[in-house]
Design a protein around this ligand. Sequence first.
Ligand code: ZN
Length: 391
Amino acid sequence: MSTTVIGNIGSLVTNDPALGAGPLGLVENAAVVVEDDRIAWVGPTAKAPPADTAFDAQGRALIPGFVDSHSHLVFAGDRTAEFNARMSGRSYSAGGIRTTVAATRAASDAELEANLVRHLDEARRQGTTTFETKSGYGLTVADEARALRIAAAHTEEVTYLGAHIVSPDYAEDPAGYVALVTGEMLAACAPYARWVDVFCEKGAFDGDQARAILTAGAAAGLIPRVHANQLSYGPGVQLAVELGAASADHCTHLTDADVDALAQAADTTVATLLPGAEFSTRAQWPDARRLLEAGATVALSTDCNPGSSYTSSMPFCIALAVRDMGMTPDEAVWSATAGGARALRRTDIGVLTPGARADLALLEAPSHVHLAYRPGVPLVSAVWQRGVRAA
Ligand SMILES: [Zn+2]
């Protein structure tokens, strides 16, 4: 057993209202004691118990490591040209995914893993300590299974997304592709995954297809989450709530009934907002304020992927959410930490309470508010993952 005390924390975000002020459970002049991979103690610096080693935070802010509950990081290739064309006036549709599918199928296992690790390191340096990531750029039984196998070596939060788009190999037979996704492909992928996801959208999968895919995944022991209502109004959010999905992701085009459904399901289905996608496609922002006022649980995530949101930066998403989606800085920081944990149905991360995992991000700033106040500035100056200095 080894212990470390991190003292002289100017402002500590615990996300536990029992430990400090407001929903963020803010503690000033705080200390945290880490014992191996867990938080052992939280309180004022003056009362901190002795530990084997000490780290002086010098008045800076400490927050829980970010929980990025939605990314697509098993891929190869690059879509600079598509982004450049879109910023020159063309609109985004779901079809660009096919470009990445071709590159991913052509890549070796080692290339895919090296690319994944590079992006995970990049995110970690920006304070992310838990990553969800998905398949969805293979779209064959073998390519989807290998994507999940590679992902599972680097994170416990792995999502089967064989239903990202209809495979180009089944362009004339979408029903045949759904049969594959719910049959042989699911059987090959389920051992590596915790979650099942579907892109429920015009040009991808409709409500009936999405229901079949999520129901089959659930029968195989996977928990549903849904790409819902991103590019247009549709059945995704209602389906997510009906099936008890952990998260409805995007939630950009919502009817009042969709908002009500998410509010009613606040303890079950999180509304995960992905502002990097709207930024990178110049699309309408999701209305976080409307969801929060209604009582929905809101998470923020990067959606990091090479097509529609090529950012791994949770601080960037926080800044966008505050500037353009009506969130306060406190709400955005909560959604990027505790909210992400809720979207992954985890109670051991996203909070800094005794017993929680020692996943921490130290900011080169006196307050978490600087994450929105100083957009684009690399404020994360140290990261601990399971109690070990990771960046
Ligand atoms: Zn996505």
